[in-house]
Ligand binder design. Structure first.
Ligand code: B12
Ligand code: SF4
Ligand code: SF4
Length: 441
């Protein structure tokens, strides 16, 4: 029996990465955080599941600069093994870094770096500006714990170092291939497979248990997405990549396709060198955004972002944005997919992060017909499940309205009397659009 398992309240929300807990449990879903060296001992925790300094190769001035290949020998991308069954040992900072990196890679992470548990004042300032400008829309939870989000020690004063971890979820083919197919809905790459929160959290907990077994006396907490943690700035500090103009972390090795997670620890681990900005004069992501959600480079107005609109936003989608959304029914990858740094990205090596066949190009007609039970069964284990049937069908109707496909008119009409008023309104909009483009029938 562990002496303690610290249960932190999860942030009552998530992100466009479909990060929110289901509506009913959003405010109370716990994150189980192993804490205390003796709290987690081998076999005692049934409840705990288990930079490179290369020169900037994007020449300033080259608008379409294509990155050169990363160093294939970079240690964070190698898979290493450590001896199993090691007993608690003395803390040797250099050896600890190597051992943690090796164990994290062995557990399935693809990128590992170390940072001090601190962030510069610019992170707080930028977050403050984002919130002051209202760019978080209805994500009120971002305001609630802004101080903790902006600084790791405001969340946990004992934290000394942070292990920043990335898991590659790169797609096998063209992430944007569906956009030209009006009969299908486009679910963004991150949601075509098992919910990454579950996958990453399980590995984080395994790493945490291993760490507390290795270094008695240390304490730690693990996070993925839903806690008030500035994951991208921390990953930058730890050398995993830089925040591109689309605001997400870009990796030299994995491009735009890394999920992030962290271990906050009381161990003192030497930090890696932060990664510099390698966007150069490229602006591809900004130009690719269908809804013009970037008021400026490095600044995103979530209220216009399709990821926000399809996942976080409750109620009707603003009319002026609907036609711009095409067939994107859950999340959006446009700004991520066009980044030239994806050139060497590989498909996810984690089998649970490979696309489910039925989620790659699902037919709008079938999706619109889902009732509550059918929706939950179809999206079991997927992040899509988090939005619930009504919000999802609202998104599907938006895509139907944009399809210009007369054969979808009966599907839209069938939902005009839906019990959910937002679905019914979306159906009316879709019918009007299809009739207006000569699809009456
Ligand atoms: C809120 C949130 C969202 C919101 C807002 C997104 C955003 N960019 O802030 C919405 C719902 C739109 C969203 C969408 C997505 N999200 Co999201 N989201 C989050 C969450 C929970 C918090 C992010 C946050 O704090 N935003 C607040 C703003 C202020 O911070 P910021 O993004 O760092 O933006 C600042 C920087 O750009 C900064 N900045 C940095 N450098 C520079 C340089 C200069 C010169 C300037 C001026 C500014 C500047 O200034 C900005 C403020 O104005 C994180 C998880 C976490 N706990 O961190 C996941 C997270 C960022 N999301 C993630 C993902 C995967 C997505 C989507 C790709 C999902 C999808 N396919 O639909 C999209 C991507 C959209 C996009 N272009 O960002 C991943 C990103 C992984 C990565 N490699 O970066 C995260 C880290 C979750 C995870 N654990 O993996 N998300
Ligand atoms: S391209 Fe898509 S994900 Fe990126 S900012 Fe625009 S709407 Fe959001
Ligand atoms: S696509 Fe965006 S994030 Fe990628 S290099 Fe160009 S400006 Fe940077």
């Amino acid at each position: 029996m562990p002496e303690s398992l610290l249960i932190l309240p999860a942030e009552p929300a998530g992100d466009g990465a479909g990060t929110q807990a289901p509506p009913a449990s959003r405010a109370c879903a716990p994150v189980v955080v192993p804490c205390g060296a003796r709290a987690i001992t081998a076999g005692a925790t049934g409840s705990a599941t288990p930079a490179s300094a290369a020169p900037d190769l994007v020449a300033p001035g080259d608008a379409n600069a294509v990155p050169t290949q990363p160093d294939p020998a970079a240690p964070r991308d190698a898979v290493a093994r450590r001896d199993a069954g090691a007993s608690p040992r003395q803390f040797d900072p250099a050896a600890a870094r190597d051992a943690i990196r090796a164990e994290a890679l062995r557990l399935g992470f693809d990128a590992v770096g170390f940072a001090r548990a601190e962030l510069g004042p610019e992170v707080r300032e930028r977050l403050g500006r984002f919130l002051d400008d209202g760019m978080h829309g209805s994500m009120g939870w971002m305001e609630d714990r802004a101080a903790q989000r902006a600084h790791p020690r405001a969340l946990w004063p004992e934290a000394v170092s942070i292990v920043s971890l990335g898991m590659n979820y790169g797609p096998e083919g063209d992430a944007l291939a569906n956009l030209a197919r009006p009969d299908v809905g486009n679910i963004s790459v991150y949601a075509r497979h098992r919910d990454y929160h579950d996958v990453v959290k399980k590995r984080l907990k395994a790493l945490a248990r291993w760490m507390v077994a290795e270094w008695a006396g240390s304490e730690l907490k693990v996070f993925v997405d839903t806690a008030p943690v500035a994951e991208k700035p921390l990953a930058r500090e730890a050398g995993l990549g830089w925040q591109g103009k689309h605001t997400n972390l870009v990796s030299r090795t994995h491009g735009s396709w890394l999920f992030l997670g962290e271990v906050y620890t009381t161990l003192s681990l030497a930090p890696d060198a932060p990664e510099g900005d390698h966007c150069g004069r490229c602006q591809r992501c900004l130009a690719a955004c269908p809804t013009a959600a970037f008021p400026a480079p490095y600044r995103l107005d979530a209220r216009r972002c399709i990821s926000y609109l399809t996942i976080e936003h409750h109620g009707p989608i603003p009319h002026e944005l609907r036609p711009l959304m095409g067939n994107r029914i859950y999340g959006c990858d446009d700004c991520l997919a066009v980044c030239p740094w994806n050139k060497w990205a590989q498909a996810a090596r984690e089998p649970l992060l490979r696309a489910r066949d039925d989620l790659v190009a699902p037919e709008l007609r079938a999706l619109a017909a889902l009732d509550d039970a059918g929706f939950r069964a179809h999206f079991s284990g997927s992040p899509v499940k988090r939005v619930g049937r009504d919000r999802f069908v609202r998104n599907v109707l938006n895509a139907i309205g944009n399809s210009a496909d007369p054969s979808l008119l009966p599907t839209a009409r069938a939902l005009l009397g839906d019990a959910d008023p937002v679905v019914a309104e979306a159906a009316a909009w879709a019918v009007e659009r299809l009739e207006g483009c000569g699809a009456a029938g």
